[in-house]
Design a protein around this ligand. Structure first.
Ligand code: 13P
Ligand code: SF4
Length: 334
């Protein structure tokens, strides 16, 4: 199946793109593999006009928004569960709640994690806000702070709270914190989260530290603030890869991020495995794992006969403002 897909992709002159969380058999045959920032940039700048994107919905959408002239096909339009936690209506309701508390729209600067729909990004872009990924969140957050307004961070409360912690800024979670706490906060987070990264706990860290006193704990910023505060290294997917690969091969590490990535990060050294998953439960992202080789083959076969199956389409109205917020991120993360 892998050979058949490669032959078809080459014949159709397409670019096969895969996020690092995809299954091994997909990563092995991809032309381009990366984290969400790398994929958005490289796929949208590629010379190919057909992009076959294996990942979750918002990733394919980001490429289409940045490069509307390309045809973006997703073998499975799987939707990241965190991105599903907010839509345009919930966005408007959040602003209405803040207004009820006495915070006017003009006092709010919205910053959305790239794990959100095109419609939500458009809402953010319309208000002059910006997108970020976990790889550039610090840089974008510094820009957001300079706007002199309260930052409305969405949808991931963990990334928002972790950024506020890093810069020693008061934060609150909308709908969870009290009105007074929201009024006092400079960063107001939407109450979304990643169910996969919530699996890692302080107890897991304590377990590994007790078992192996020299172990390093490495986590993604979608983990809870408690876990992040107790980690030795926190970074985006590609930052985690670079960090772990820079360590000596017999340095023990316990990693708190998606299973497929952790599982292929390091091979055993002298027959000993020094890499651990920071959770007793296998941290698989269900939506990232939805895409199969058969799905890729099916959309390519359809494409060959002129049927554009699972093509990403975004209305002009949404694309204009979503692009504004995404372009700002690209400009700031150069
Ligand atoms: P990256 O930006 O690190 O690729 O993360 C995307 C994601 O969905 C992590 O759960
Ligand atoms: Fe979404 Fe979490 Fe899966 Fe990443 S790991 S795609 S944030 S559900």
């Amino acid at each position: 199946m892998q050979n058949k897909i490669r032959a078809l992709i080459d014949r159709l002159d397409g670019l096969l793109v895969a996020h690092y969380y995809q299954k091994d058999e997909i990563v092995q045959i991809a032309d381009l593999c990366g984290d969400s920032l790398e994929l958005a940039r490289k796929a949208s700048e590629s010379s190919k006009s057909l992009i076959v994107f294996c990942g979750v919905g918002f990733m394919g959408q980001s490429v289409k928004i940045l490069a509307p002239q390309k045809r973006v096909i997703m073998p499975k339009i799987a939707c990241c569960s965190m991105a599903r936690m907010i839509d345009s209506e919930y966005y408007d309701e959040s602003l209405a709640l803040m207004e009820e508390y006495g915070i006017s729209r003009n006092e709010i600067f919205p910053m959305t994690y790239i794990n959100s729909s095109a419609e939500v990004k458009a809402k953010v872009g319309e208000m002059g806000g910006v997108v970020c990924t976990s790889a550039n969140a610090g840089k974008i957050f510094e820009y957001a702070q300079k706007q002199g307004k309260k930052i409305f961070f969405l949808p991931d409360r963990c990334l928002g709270l972790n950024l506020a912690d890093k810069y020693h800024i008061k934060s609150a979670v909308l709908g969870v914190s009290s009105k007074e706490e929201v009024l006092e906060a400079s960063v107001i987070c939407y109450n979304g989260f990643c169910s996969v990264h919530q699996l890692f706990t302080l107890k897991d860290i304590e377990f590994y530290r007790e078992k192996f006193p020299d172990i390093l704990i490495v986590t993604h910023p979608e983990c809870t603030p408690e876990v992040v505060r107790n980690s030795d290294f926190v970074g985006s997917t590609s930052q985690i890869i670079a960090y772990v690969q820079s360590l000596s091969p017999n340095q023990r590490v316990a990693i708190g991020t998606e299973f497929n990535l952790v599982n292929r990060l390091r091979q055993p050294y002298n027959g000993v495995n020094y890499t651990y998953v920071l959770s007793a439960t296998k941290p698989e992202c269900p939506t990232m794992n939805e895409t199969s080789l058969e799905d890729i083959y099916r959309v390519l076969q359809a494409y060959k006969i002129g049927e554009f199956c699972n093509e990403i389409k975004i209305s002009q109205e949404t694309a204009v403002f979503a692009k504004k917020a995404l372009d700002k991120m690209m400009e700031l993360s150069l």
